[in-house]
Design a protein around this ligand. Structure first.
Ligand SMILES: Cc1cc2nc3c(=O)[nH]c(=O)nc-3n(C[C@H](O)[C@H](O)[C@H](O)COP(=O)(O)OP(=O)(O)OC[C@H]3O[C@@H](n4cnc5c(N)ncnc54)[C@H](O)[C@@H]3O)c2cc1C
Length: 398
């Protein structure tokens, strides 16, 4: 019995069927749509996985689940995902940033593949059927009660319900602990007037940190209507999901716009520009390859006379510029969803799952795959990869 007709549910069901062709496999899905998140994922293109083929590197993209996934990725990793889909006629391509999509650029290719495989393997699928409760029988099987009032007895149950409060509650009743859910992968809101007319500007490499915490990240930054987004922000939101929730998403963000490591290096770079361009106006010599509009707005904010020539800059003003570009601070008040791509941090506690089998340590014949567990990743195809890999291991042990 597979509970949940999403990515992890289908991948578990098909692989169990492939390994044990005579098994009777049923998927119960509470909504009227199968594979809904696959359909809307990656802006409708489905970012299936990431071109990262070293398990030790791969795990670094998982703020929750990092250590538990090492052995899982040694058994099924992005290379295996690509081969799995290729064997079933779906070719996957890599984009410049490492994200991988079906060559059709359509999530429908993944859905069609799963539906075809499910049909071929006689997997019995029921939509509009939620699992309401799970009870262990005397002979170690599971009695499942559905929203339709049916009772079904299964030898083995794989729970693939994603981040779903009611299922977590049912599992808590069986003694499992649920790490409380909070948002991950969100953008930061700010009312800082400096960013007012800068919507749409992106900076190719910034370093971020959050005051009074150890949270840090780096990468591209995008200025949006409400605040800040882009890979550097999303990474920070994922790694800081719990800490930022406890701060109620109110904190001070420090930004180094220069790409350089120390204030000393930044100051030396500014001094070298000053010395090589003494007769040029500061506004005509863009520092650190910044977008012109952004550079000009920052200078305006710092109240530096932009018509001044570099030769006339005092060392005090050089220090102001260093601070401006190396150590800007912004007050953050709240968060927004990143393009509807909400991922939840939290779920079934990983301490209670045997990662060699994906079986519950508390109950035999009860398995988990996908987002139901306290596993989540940064954006880039890593969340689906965790669903494929954990579902694969489930299929081996079932
Ligand atoms: C808009 C959006 C875009 C995304 N894009 C990407 C991307 O491009 N790449 C990436 O790696 N990740 C992406 N993600 C994350 C990714 O979709 C999830 O990590 C992944 O879908 C998790 O798979 P899952 O099978 O564990 O859970 P889900 O896909 O959530 O599937 C769980 C299923 O179980 C059903 N269910 C729940 N409770 C019950 C019950 N009691 N009984 C029966 N059925 C039940 C649900 O209705 C659902 O169909 C995206 C997420 C969102 C929201």
């Amino acid at each position: 019995m597979i509970i949940g007709g999403g990515a992890a549910g289908f991948f578990s069901a098909i692989n169990i069927a492939n390994k044990k062709p005579n098994a009777q496999i049923m998927i119960l899905e509470k909504s009227d749509k199968l594979l809904y998140k696959v359909q809307i994922s990656g802006g409708g293109r489905c970012n299936v996985t990431h071109s990262c083929f070293e398990p030790m590197q791969l795990i670094k993209n998982y703020p929750r689940g990092e250590k538990n996934l090492i052995n899982i990725f040694h058994r099924f990793q992005p290379k295996d995902t690509i081969a799995w889909f290729a064997e079933r006629g779906v070719q996957i391509k890599t984009e410049a940033d490492g994200r991988m999509f079906p060559i059709t650029d359509s999530s429908q290719s993944i859905i069609d593949c799963f539906m075809k495989e499910a049909k071929k393997n006689h997997i019995d699928i029921h939509i509009n059927t939620a699992v309401d409760s799970l009870q262990k029988t005397k002979n170690d099987k599971w009695r499942i009660t559905t929203s339709k009032g049916d009772t079904i007895v299964a030898d083995k149950v794989v729970v693939c319900t994603g981040s779903h409060l009611r299922t977590w509650k049912a599992l808590e009743e069986l003694g499992h602990q649920v790490e409380s859910p909070v948002a991950s992968l969100f953008t930061f809101n700010t009312k800082d007037t400096r960013l007012r007319d800068m919507m749409g500007i992106s900076l190719h490499h910034v370093q971020l940190s959050i005051a009074s915490t150890k949270l840090k990240s780096e990468g591209p930054l995008l200025i949006t209507h409400w605040g800040l987004s882009g890979p550097a922000i999303l990474k920070l939101s994922a790694w800081g999901a719990r800490e930022l929730a406890s701060m109620q998403y109110k904190f001070v963000l420090r930004i180094n716009f220069t790409g350089l490591q120390t204030a000393e290096e930044v100051k030396n770079e500014i001094l070298s520009i000053k010395n090589t361009n003494p007769k040029k106006q500061i506004s005509n010599t863009i520092l650190f390859h910044m977008p012109t509009r952004f550079y000009e707005s920052m200078l305006l904010y710092s109240k530096i006379d932009t018509t001044k020539k570099w030769a006339d800059f005092s060392s005090k003003e050089i220090n102001i510029l260093t601070e401006l570009f190396f150590n800007s601070t912004l007050d953050i008040h709240g968060k927004s969803t990143n393009k509807d791509e909400f991922v939840t941090c939290g779920g079934i506690s990983l301490k209670e799952i045997d990662f060699k089998t994906m079986q519950s340590k508390l109950h035999s014949n009860l398995f988990f795959a996908g987002e139901i567990m306290d596993i989540d990743a940064i954006t880039g195809g890593f969340n689906f990869q965790a669903a494929w890999s954990t579902a694969w291991v489930v299929s081996e042990s079932v």
